[in-house]
Design a protein around this ligand. Structure first.
Ligand code: SF4
Length: 217
């Protein structure tokens, strides 16, 4: 990403246009990076057994990203559902990469019909298909350097990574019930920065990735 934070703030419409997905299609065949079982390690749902469906590709390139999301295999909805059914979780989390870059409506409808609870974790730059609001139970938006795009009917939680460039005046608190701050790493400077911000915003919460601490996927 070459744009500066200042540019993003000055011309958000232009920023949003330049990051619109180019790979969204009819949703019958999806590019899947991996499907795996673990516990939810962050936010309100922490600790709940979850099957994660990681969709390939992302419209951002965050410097702290530790996910190899570019590789994929194409899977149809039946193949994805069969893989999800191999695991015992009642929750399915769509993650990425950026899951809203692909058309999730048919897959989410299929899994909802099969009685799964559905969670999505998005970076908030791509406006979601409004049909998803009937299907997705839990919405996590994790803004990076960009403001949350318009079009989210509801957001369960906002999760911000607290690193060098994090600014508390850019937290869009009014969009969600919960705000989580997650230090970029366990380096004391980031932990302390998050604690300092929390001292000024006591309704916000500290988040950590407990699956990483426990050595889980
Ligand atoms: S938005 Fe998420 S998946 Fe995409 S590059 Fe940033 S941290 Fe990685």
């Amino acid at each position: 990403m070459s744009e500066s934070d200042t540019t993003d703030r000055e011309n958000p419409d232009e920023t949003r246009r330049s990051h619109r997905p180019v790979w969204r299609d009819d949703g019958q065949l999806l590019q899947i990076n991996e499907i795996f079982y673990s516990i939810e390690g962050e936010g309100v749902r922490v600790g709940q057994p979850t099957t994660f469906v990681r969709l390939s590709k992302c419209n951002l390139r965050c410097h702290f990203c530790d996910t190899d999301f570019d590789s994929y295999r194409e899977m149809n909805i039946g193949e994805i559902a069969a893989e999800v059914a191999r695991h015992p979780a009642e929750w399915v989390c769509f993650t990425g990469g950026e899951p809203l870059g692909q058309n999730l409506v048919p897959l989410a409808g299929h899994l909802k019909w099969a009685n799964y609870k559905l969670h999505i974790e998005t970076n908030g730059v791509i406006a979601p298909d409004e049909r998803l609001f009937e299907l997705i139970d839990h919405w996590t938006v994790s803004p990076k350097r960009y403001p949350v795009v318009q079009g989210f009917e509801r957001i369960s939680e906002l999760k911000y990574v607290v690193g060098k460039s994090f600014r508390e005046d850019r937290v869009e608190e009014e969009l969600a019930e919960y705000v989580y701050l997650q230090p970029e790493s366990s380096e004391p400077q980031y932990v302390q920065k998050a604690l300092d911000v929390l001292s000024r915003h006591p309704r916000w919460r500290l988040s950590n990735r407990i699956h990483k601490i426990l050595g889980l996927p």
